[in-house]
Design a binder for this molecule. Structure first.
Ligand SMILES: [Zn+2]
Length: 131
């Protein structure tokens, strides 16, 4: 089990944003999850290095996956502790574009550009908020 103090550390470290799609938790109807990057069923532990803050959508679509298919190959998914977001993704308007095989595979598997999710980002942009 991930204890309360650890959960708080994960939230703080993430700046209360999903570490995959960058959605601020305050804009979500549902609390974000402290997720295991490597799932327990793949022997991932409860240490901070294996935890990330994820919105319910990213968490749901990621599930226990560690990899996805991209361009006919199997590539690792984005790992919030090992990878730097800006090296894998960029925003194009309200959409998130993968700029590496890992980025593209993660955008697709986590369904980051589902219409409802793009609409939330567009409203942020319309209010002058940064993504
Ligand atoms: Zn997310």
């Amino acid at each position: 089990m991930v204890d309360v103090v650890t959960r708080r550390s994960v939230r703080q470290r993430a700046g209360n944003r999903c570490e995959y799609c960058r959605l601020p938790e305050e804009l979500s109807d549902v609390p974000f999850h402290v997720e295991h990057i490597v799932a327990r069923q793949h022997q991932g532990g409860d240490e901070l290095a294996n935890l990330a803050l994820a919105c319910d959508r990213c968490n749901l679509y990621k599930g226990p996956n560690l990899a996805a298919r991209e361009g006919g190959r199997t590539v690792d998914l984005f790992h919030p502790r090992r990878h730097v977001w800006e090296e894998y993704f960029e925003f194009s308007g309200a959409k998130i574009i993968g700029i590496s095989p890992t980025g593209r595979a993660t955008v697709r598997l986590l369904n980051m550009n589902a219409p409802r999710r793009v609409a939330i980002r567009q409203r942020m942009l319309d209010r002058g908020e940064s993504l």
